[in-house]
Design a protein around this ligand. Structure first.
Ligand SMILES: [Zn+2]
Length: 115
């Protein structure tokens, strides 16, 4: 894995690459990328240019975290509850609140939950 680039947030590919021209970072697996052009205003016009390599890397490594909807949270809670059931069966030392707490902790670790 490239030391300076984090893995792709969408597919987990650990080898995203900096485009040959140095202006953007791309995932060869799912084709997601940072923006390919920086637009700046010069005089009365707009100028498109490639991002400097360093900024493209920063943009890739600081992508917005995913936002989870209430529905996503409920799905996660349900899956965790079912998983707990399969682990512990009728020996129910857990309840739905525990599944809710675990789901929220996991989702908050990788993104944020919609208010
Ligand atoms: Zn990817």
């Amino acid at each position: 894995m490239s030391e300076e680039l984090k893995p792709c947030p969408f597919c987990g590919n650990e080898e995203p690459y900096i485009d040959g021209f140095g202006g953007f970072v791309k995932c060869g697996t799912c084709k997601s990328s940072t923006q390919t052009k920086a637009i700046s205003v010069q005089g009365e016009g707009q100028v498109e240019s490639l991002l400097p390599r360093k900024e493209a890397i920063k943009a890739w490594n600081t992508r917005a975290k995913p936002t989870f909807t209430k529905e996503d949270v409920e799905k996660a809670e349900h899956h965790i509850y079912c998983e707990l059931l399969s682990w512990f069966g009728n020996d129910r030392n857990f309840d739905e609140d525990m599944a809710k707490d675990l789901a929220k902790a996991a989702l908050n670790a990788i993104g944020k939950i919609e208010e």
